[in-house]
Design a protein around this ligand. Sequence first.
Ligand code: ADP
Ligand code: MG
Length: 325
Amino acid sequence: MRATCRLAPDGDMAVKRTGEEQRGAATASKCEYRLVAKKGEGTFSEVLKAQCIKNSKYVAIKCMKNHFDSLEQVNNLREIQALRRLSPHPNIVKLLEVLYDQPTGRLALVFELMDMNIYELIRGRRHYLGEERVKHYMWQLVKAMDHMHRNGIFHRDIKPENILIMDDCLKLADFGSCRGIYSAPPYTEYISTRWYRAPECLLTDGYYTYKMDMWGVGCVFFEIVSLFPLFPGTNELDQVQKIHNIVGTPPPELLDKMKKLGSHHLDLDFPPKEGSGIEKLIPHAPPDCVELICKLLAYNPDDRCAGRKAGSALRRALALLVSSI
Ligand code: ADP
Ligand code: MG
């Protein structure tokens, strides 16, 4: 594909670059890109690899499927606000510029180009990734989470497809579902991809916190180590059952607490069950990795290892992991 990508032709229909004065915005004087290939597709967008005609650099352009009525609406988008607040950080994907064409309502976000996402990295792989590489990726992912949570944002859609890599470097992407940590639950919108959804998201009516991201990190960590998804539920009930099969049912007090927080579409009177455990599924994994995965997958969000405070248990645990490489 060698078409020239312009959100609008030169001249009368100018592409408005929003927030150039803000962090993370590009200073290029002309928004013209040559499309190279399709790079990915998500629920809300199509992502294209493109080359900036002016400086020959390659970028990823996330073309939003939704249309937007005004510049104000664009600037209020949580994804854009979060990226601006969190940039620059070595483990957060860099937003270069925002292209908005008011007459058509089309919006595209221009990002630094990464090689692939974590799902693509492990798909069809026959050999495990080296321990050092796994630990280095996880360390970077935790640094991104720590930075994000300390800046008052939680992601709500942690999964392999939303984590990008480029050689040894890992960056968190897709802030389209994020929320402010200090906003009050319940959160009523549909969130997070089922396989990576934390128990409190499945079992309550939106009473969850930033700790739900750490459950997703645990699932991704497991998947990078094992090369298969830990809880591939086919529907919500199956999702809960798959979690119980492996980590067991929670203590009755926790279930009682969750019962009070709604979600009566599921019967929470689960017969007590001991899980088969995570360790057996990844016998090749070093014990320190297994231990950390188990901490991230604590059923009770209050017990879950989180990286919000600097020097948190999670950061310390990971620092030890990395120093053991
Ligand atoms: P959505 O909000 O629609 O899910 P994402 O931001 O997750 O959109 O992007 C969809 C896919 O496009 C990602 O899973 C990834 O494969 C690819 N992608 C997104 N951003 C980049 C980038 N900066 N570099 C390379 N590929 C990207
Ligand atoms: Mg996505």
